[in-house]
Every structure is written in structure tokens, then in C-alpha cells.
Design a protein around this ligand. Structure first.
Ligand code: NI
Length: 165
């Protein structure tokens, strides 16, 4: 869990920028990509990342909610724009509405006491989890995946290196 707002802010900013690269690589055609019948589409996973940030309002933060029209429109640019707006709103809310002490406050979630600092960390890990699912679907949709935590297959090749197998 986070015990300092600054630690969260630094890490969130880095992770938000990675997620923005992934969101910005989406195309409208790719949004319907699925891994198997009846499973979530790439577009639904992308929107889940926008929407799930707002769950942090259950911990007492107040910030803008995602625009449901963007969800209904199912347009890649709108999803990416909403992600950028809401992820910055979350960061701003944490920085302006909480201090380090508030990170130790607990609320009950799923029958267990959760410290706010743990909820923020869960939000970050949850995002990384679904972002990983998205990059698989993006490959399947024929998109080039941006670098997330290191070089991609294509960037190895462009650097004249042998891609790892
Ligand atoms: Ni989820």
C-alpha cells in the first residue's frame, strides 16, 4: 500500500502515461476484438479501465465521472480522451483532498477493511492487469502495441536486435 501521496502520484503518473500510449494505439475497428466468444471485447476492457478509476469515490474522493456517451459511442478516440481526463481527475483528487494520514484510513470493501493506500495500490495493479489483456487483444487485432515495460517485438527488430523468444 502507499503511505505517501507523493509515492502514489509518481507511480500513477508513470503508469497513466503507459496506459495512454496503449489507449491511443486503439482503432475503432479493433474495439470489437475478443479472445473467445462471449468474452469482453477490447473496447469493453478499455472502457472498464476508464470506469473502474471512479470506484475510488467509494473511498471518499470526489471527482468527475466518466461520460457515458463516450461508452455508448464506442469510438477509440473518445475512450482514450475519457481515460486521460478521469485518470488526471483521480490524481488531482488524491493530491488535493487527501494527505498522507488519510492513506491509513480504512473502509470496508467486500467484507474486509481496506486502507485507502491499499485501495490506490489495487487500482494501479488492476489497471496493469487489464492493460496486459488489452495488449494481447491488440496484437490479435493486428495493431502495433506500444512499449509498456520494455521493448516490443517490433522495437527489437528496429534496433537491429534479435527479439527474445
Ligand atoms: Ni476489472
Amino acid at each position: 500500500m502507499y503511505v505517501r501521496i507523493t509515492e502514489f502520484a509518481d507511480e500513477w503518473t508513470r503508469e497513466m502515461q503507459i496506459t495512454e500510449k496503449v489507449m491511443n494505439a486503439l482503432t475503432n475497428e479493433s474495439l470489437s476484438q475478443i479472445i473467445a466468444p462471449e468474452r469482453r471485447t477490447l473496447g469493453q476492457l478499455a472502457w472498464h479501465l476508464v470506469e473502474s478509476l471512479h470506484y475510488m469515490t467509494h473511498c471518499g474522493l470526489a471527482f468527475d465521472e466518466p461520460d457515458n456517451d463516450a461508452k455508448e459511442a464506442n469510438i477509440a478516440d473518445l475512450i482514450a480522451r475519457e481515460y486521460s481526463r478521469i485518470s488526471r481527475a483521480l490524481l488531482n483528487a488524491v493530491q488535493t483532498q487527501w494527505d498522507d494520514h488519510r492513506l491509513h484510513d480504512t473502509i470496508e470493501m467486500m467484507g474486509e477493511p481496506w486502507a485507502n493506500g491499499a485501495s490506490l495500490h489495487f487500482t494501479l495493479m488492476h489497471q496493469a492487469h487489464h492493460r496486459g489483456q488489452m495488449t494481447v487483444l491488440m496484437r490479435q487485432a493486428g495493431l502495433r502495441v506500444p512499449e509498456v515495460y520494455g521493448p516490443t517485438y517490433e522495437s527489437w527488430l528496429e534496433q537491429g536486435a534479435e527479439p527474445l523468444t
